[in-house]
Design a binder for this molecule. Structure first.
Ligand code: NAD
Length: 417
């Protein structure tokens, strides 16, 4: 059986790593070459994705190793510019082995909102009486969705003020993120809702607070795998700060999203939608952490995450961007629910890695090497100079731009001699 536990992956050359991923995911020669090209989005495709295109903005694509989700060994593609995130996720996933993460997701039901101004007093009753008619009209907009078991399933209506109500149309979007599908339905049913309510429809748009499309994941970290019971206690205390103080909650959740966004971006999904959903969900009863951590009866650490994850394996650019298609192939996911389950697991792993580092040796130690390399590049180091400048700064424990400049000048002076 293939394993995502690949010791020394981080020490391999880029070419060696691509070979490992190629073997693992059954990539073709062309797909491996696409990874190695470091330029996967051609002008013609970029030019149809957004307006006024003049180039590409590229991010590094890393692979997190060691993940097991619902018993399946996974290599996780992560597109992210921030140092240490991929390493931290891999490390957290290693400590969770051999059980790994258990995850589940609800049916992919999204909410479309239709705002109605000045409806009649009996508007809610009138809508509910003719619910089937509304659903039928919505479903006429997306025959494919209905054919594969999705489509508009239910209607809800709420008064917001004396002169304003909002109607929700609940749509099972199957393997799509669903915004286009839902927006089309919301716009299509609005004139009918106007007739039924005697009011005027204004906004007709998806809600990113996808409370019916939740993904959750759980993990148990054996105390001996993470440094003993003291580490378990420290992580729980660190989590408690996030549950008590909003200044920490923000950063706690940011750490969760480091992992989530990186996979959402790698798979060509809309990370603003996922961000909006995550934070609004976290704020439903006062802004709270997206994860919880507690000690179980064996003294091990139990973690849990739950949030809306509206991602697709079809639709949007998931089948248009060559790298998104490739990342979905590396993950080997069959549908949007499975992708959401994996993403929730990565968020939980990322959060554990951050809490463990913060509650023990601090976050900076792990950051420093790559940070030093970034600073070296910033002052103009090239080729092997980068490692020389970075290595010296790390050795001195003095990672600063002015020091990097001095070291680079010394290296270059010595080269001339
Ligand atoms: P889409 O319109 O490209 O495709 C969705 C279609 O895929 C559905 O209509 C459905 O018919 C089909 N589908 C679903 N499951 C399928 C399956 N298993 N097999 C075959 N077909 C299937 O994309 P979308 O997901 O509706 O919209 C996503 C896009 O909308 C993203 O690019 C997002 O950025 C954008 N968007 C987001 C917002 C927001 O989040 N507020 C608003 C507007 C647009």
């Amino acid at each position: 059986m293939k394993s995502s536990r690949i010791p020394g992956f981080y020490k391999m050359s880029v070419e060696e790593r691509v070979n490992v991923v190629k073997e693992f995911a059954g990539l073709t020669d062309e797909e491996a070459e696409l990874l190695l090209s470091f330029s996967a989005l051609p002008k013609d495709i970029a030019n149809i994705m957004v307006e006024n295109v003049v180039g590409n903005m590229q991010l590094p694509l890393g692979i997190a190793t060691n993940f097991i989700v619902n018993g399946r060994e996974l290599l996780i593609p992560m597109a992210i510019e921030e140092t240490s995130v991929v390493a931290a996720a891999s490390n957290a996933a290693r400590m969770a082995r051999p059980q790994g993460f258990t995850a589940k997701a609800t049916e992919p039901v999204m909410i479309g909102q239709i705002q109605i101004l000045n409806p009649s007093r009996d508007a809610v009753e009138r809508i509910m009486e003719r619910k089937e008619e509304i659903l039928e009209l919505a479903n006429a907009q997306d025959k494919i969705l209905v054919k594969i078991g999705g489509g508009a399933k239910d209607i809800e209506a709420r008064w917001l003020r004396d002169d304003m109500m909002v109607i929700h149309i609940l749509v099972d979007v199957r393997d799509a993120m669903g915004a286009n599908a839902v927006n089309t339905m919301a716009e299509a049913v609005a004139p009918l809702l106007e007739k039924m309510t005697g009011g005027k429809a204004l906004l007709r748009i998806i809600s990113n607070l996808a409370i019916h499309r939740l993904a959750e994941a759980e993990v148990v970290y054996k105390k001996d795998a993470i440094g003993g019971e003291d580490v378990v206690d420290r992580v729980i205390k660190a989590y408690e700060l996030a549950s008590l103080d909003i200044f920490r909650t923000a950063t706690h959740n940011k750490g969760v999203m480091n992992g989530i966004d990186a996979v959402v971006i790698a798979t060509g999904n809309d990370w603003r939608a996922v961000e909006a959903g995550a934070h609004s969900y976290a704020a439903m009863n006062g802004y709270k952490p997206l994860t919880t951590w507690k000690k179980n009866e064996d003294g091990d650490l139990h973690g849990h995450i739950k949030l809306p994850i509206a991602v697709g394996t079809v639709g949007g650019i998931t089948k248009v961007h060559p790298m998104a298609k490739l990342c979905l192939k590396i993950l080997g996911v069959q549908n949007a629910r499975e992708l959401a389950e994996i993403i929730a697991s990565v968020g939980l792993a990322q959060n554990f890695a951050a809490l463990r580092a913060l509650a023990t040796k601090g976050i900076q130690a792990g950051h420093m090497k790559l940070h030093a390399q970034n600073i070296a590049v910033m002052v103009g180091a090239k080729g092997d100079e980068i490692e020389m400048v970075a290595g010296k700064m790390v050795e001195e424990g003095n990672i600063r731009v002015d020091r990097a400049k001095e070291i680079l000048e010394e290296i270059r002076k010595n080269k001339k001699i």
